[in-house]
Design a protein around this ligand. Structure first.
Ligand SMILES: [Zn+2]
Length: 161
């Protein structure tokens, strides 16, 4: 192993170690802390009656706050990117139009041609719908029949298989 290669490996290890620990103080932070300690020591020596000046306390407080926000920033960058919700299935173009048309031609659906139900269940505003037999939404009256919602769902399922 060459000296250069060894150096690089050691550096690499250090980098990995730092990244893993994450919260380890950066060189800058350590330097700043050392400086603060020196200042505290100085203030101790210059004024023994005042162990810590208000100014020093404030400086330490600001330094600690800075540390916190730095960690917060790291955590924020790890947030997964928003990929958006599931795609909404859009009805076929003209679907609404053709339903309006059939209601105009044959009136509102009032009963079910499959199960014979002709009463809207209590608590429901509407229960009968026009169902398209061919699923091609033809403008042909014979291609439509009225069903209750239950039969309509069943009818749609059978047709889609
Ligand atoms: Zn029915």
């Amino acid at each position: 192993m060459t000296l250069k290669g060894y150096k690089l490996t050691e550096e690499h290890k250090k980098k990995i170690g730092n990244a893993r620990k994450g919260q380890k103080h950066s060189k800058e932070t350590i330097a700043r802390m050392k400086l603060t300690h020196k200042k505290i020591k100085k203030s101790w020596l210059s004024s023994p009656r005042k162990p810590m000046s208000e100014e020093t306390k404030l400086k330490i407080s600001i330094s600690n706050k800075g540390e916190k926000s730095w960690l917060k920033g790291v955590a924020g960058s790890n947030h997964p990117k928003w990929k958006g919700g599931p795609k909404k299935v859009k009805p076929k173009p003209g679907y609404r139009k053709i339903h309006k048309w059939i209601a105009e031609q044959l009136g509102k659906a009032t009963h079910c041609e499959d199960c014979g139900l002709d009463k809207i269940p209590v608590g429901m505003r509407w229960y009968f719908e026009w169902a398209n037999k061919s699923k091609e939404y033809k403008k042909v009256l014979e291609d439509w029949k009225q069903l209750c919602r239950k039969c309509h769902r069943k009818f749609d399922k059978v047709k889609s298989i």
